[in-house]
Design a protein around this ligand. Structure first.
Ligand code: 6PG
Length: 248
């Protein structure tokens, strides 16, 4: 199993402690900007609410740039919009410059938006010296990427039936939910793995089997996209609650 595992008793404690760790990490970065890519789904909502209640007026928000790991291609006011949820729970409650929020425009054509978003990332997110010193990667490097895991082992919007999005050379790609066929724009696995730090937030007994398969690193894990998240030279931390690790 790759990375470090941190376990908390429940989702609320995990969110509280993760908030503190996040703000400490932003403080420690001391760089002019902190580029943070967030996922959708239900788990981050507890985090958004905790950040909004604990740090509404933190000066750190002036330096934090929010990006999305993935977005459902729906308008921003649609209940399934990842931006819409984050805006309702977090951005509408904290003092953050509007220019620091870089949403994927779900109302646009998915293929055009994937190209446009990749160009925005290239233009804004610093491309440091290749972290593993390999020639020619020169990819933008997010300071932190926050991921979840679906019951089927997907992460971002990289689903088990679209494993090619793990190693795609693109920064962003178009994906389709395997059941609803809903179009998504997602960061590719290769782009995620360039990050300085990747944190999974995994809570709930329904994730326990997938987590056990990933940590066992056996045959089953080969079909799970989340298994392929392994930062090239950054760190990987699994923030789990007790119910998600009960079978480990
Ligand atoms: C999305 C997410 C997705 C999510 C997992 C876990 O847009 O749905 O990016 O990858 O992280 O599905 O979702 P939960 O946190 O709701 O379990």
């Amino acid at each position: 199993m790759k990375g470090k595992v941190v376990v908390y008793k429940d989702q609320e404690e995990l969110a509280e402690r993760f908030c503190e760790a996040l703000m400490e990490r932003i403080t420690a970065s001391r760089a002019a900007r902190f580029d943070l890519a967030i996922s959708g789904g239900s788990t981050p909502q507890v985090l958004f609410s905790a950040l909004a209640s604990k740090y509404p007026d933190s000066p750190l928000w002036q330096r934090v740039h929010f990006w999305w790991v993935d977005e459902r291609m729906v308008p921003p006011d649609h209940p399934e919009s990842n931006f819409g949820v984050a805006n309702r729970l977090l951005f509408s409650k904290i003092n953050i410059p509007g220019g620091n929020i870089h949403r994927i425009k779900g109302e646009n054509d998915a293929y055009q938006e994937a190209k446009s978003y990749a160009l925005q990332i290239k233009a804004a997110v610093p491309v440091y010296e290749n972290p593993d010193r390999s020639p020619g990667i020169g990819r933008p490097i997010f300071d932190l990427v926050i991921l979840g895991i679906g019951d089927d082992g997907h992460t971002a919007s990289i689903f088990p039936n679209q494993m090619e999005l793990i190693d795609s050379e693109d920064i962003c790609s178009v994906a389709f939910h395997p059941v609803s066929r809903q179009a998504r724009v997602t960061l590719t696995g290769k782009q995620i793995n360039q990050a300085t730090t990747v944190c999974f937030l995994v809570t709930g007994a329904n994730k326990a089997d997938r987590l056990a398969e990933i940590f066992a690193d056996g045959e089953e894990s080969r079909r799970l996209p989340a298994s392929y998240i392994c930062p090239v030279s950054g760190e990987l931390i699994w923030y789990c609650d007790a119910s998600a690790v009960k079978t480990l």
